[in-house]
Design a protein around this ligand. Structure first.
Ligand code: AHG
Ligand code: MN
Ligand code: MN
Length: 336
């Protein structure tokens, strides 16, 4: 049972038995994500200070170049996840190929793979706008103690055992699901502890926010153009409003709380959309469905798409159920 103000550590321990696989490894895995999130949060928070103080300068203590935050976040998550014996492989938006972790060792019993977008919306860092981290967790499909393979990562979203995101916003939150609803934890930065602030999060069935980069309007499929016009021209009370931050995590988080739909459709510049199926769309789709929302590419459920490559992109329509249904109606009626 989710109890408000419980710490994330307490929540993980208390809910361990309700996980699908109760060995405790998944709990430890979520714990290590919690730790990496705090480290990245600390760095993100002082992003604007680096130039002012020069403290971090151009080189660090080892004489290495000061790293851009998305590279930093990537390293921190990979380091933290690698150190614990839980994960046999990590695929990251920042890495060309997946990273295998001692998976050739026959004594290695690590059964989980993690897919991660270490810093989502990173172009927003320079202008002090919220960014995030997205993660997705699967059980490997190849035998334990053998080298991890591409097929361990190319699993359908419906096979996820857990997924979540961190939003580094006006406050920092970690929101995740293990398939039993969605819970959100807010970081108290003074003591470095996440507290359960948003138990059992759900999308309102309906909403009035549509989130899309309208700068790409001319490029959109006809179904999306017509849907946007429908939102703008709805006669009665004109109930719709547009909100687009440009950080998927933040746009999704707002829509889940207030009710809305996020769209990144295909276009001539992005023939399959821009967002990545494995690091962005599937984890968000899992959270959305667990929160009574919906996610599709306009026709097919996101989590039913069969992945064919690590960095695959798909069109992404996600949010309040009735709004996603409406977009699908428009796609079916007007198509491309
Ligand atoms: P990332 O920073 O991980 O590359 O992701 C950016 C994504 C996503 O967060 C956001 O919703 C989208 O790109 C914004 O794209 P546009 O600037 O094309 O609207
Ligand atoms: Mn991203
Ligand atoms: Mn990213």
């Amino acid at each position: 049972m989710a109890k408000k103000n419980q710490t994330l550590g307490e929540f993980i321990i208390e809910n361990q038995d309700s996980f699908k696989y109760t060995s405790g490894e998944l709990s430890r895995l979520i714990n290590s994500i919690r730790l990496a999130a705090k480290v990245v949060n600390h760095e993100v928070n002082k992003a604007g200070l680096v130039d002012i103080t020069g403290a971090a300068g151009d080189t660090n203590i080892q004489g290495e170049d000061q790293q851009k935050l998305d590279v930093y976040a990537n390293e921190k998550f990979i380091q933290t996840l690698t150190k614990r014996n839980i994960v046999c492989g990590i695929a990251s938006e920042e890495e060309d190929d997946f990273v295998a972790i001692n998976s050739q060792d026959e004594n290695n019993q690590n059964k989980y793979v993690v897919l991660i977008d270490p810093l989502d919306g990173s172009s927003n860092i320079d202008v002090n706008v919220s960014v995030g981290t997205i993660f997705s967790i699967y059980r490997r499909v190849t035998p334990l103690g053998t080298p991890v393979k591409l097929e361990d990562f190319l699993q359908k979203g419906s096979k996820q055992v857990a997924a979540g995101y961190v939003v580094y916003g006006t406050s920092t939150m970690l929101v995740y699901t293990t398939g039993y609803g969605v819970n959100g934890f807010t970081l108290n930065p003074a003591i470095g502890t996440f507290y359960l602030s948003h138990p059992n999060m759900t999308f309102p069935e309906d909403g009035n926010i549509y989130s899309v980069n309208e700068g790409n309007y001319l490029d959109f499929p006809l179904g999306i153009k017509k849907y946007i016009k429908y939102c703008q021209e709805e006669e009665d009370e004109r109930p719709y409003t547009s909100r687009y931050i440009g950080s998927l995590v933040s746009d999704f988080h707002r829509n889940m709380i207030k009710g809305g739909v996020y769209m990144y459709p295909k276009g001539s510049r992005n023939p399959n959309g821009k967002l990545r199926l494995l690091y962005e769309c599937n984890p968000m789709a899992f959270i959305a469905e667990q929160a009574n929302g919906k996610s599709s590419d306009g026709y097919t459920r996101t989590m039913d798409v069969e992945p064919t490559e690590l960095h695959q992109r798909v069109p992404f329509i996600c949010g309040s159920k009735n709004m996603v249904n409406k977009v699908e109606e428009f796609m079916q009626k007007f198509g491309e």
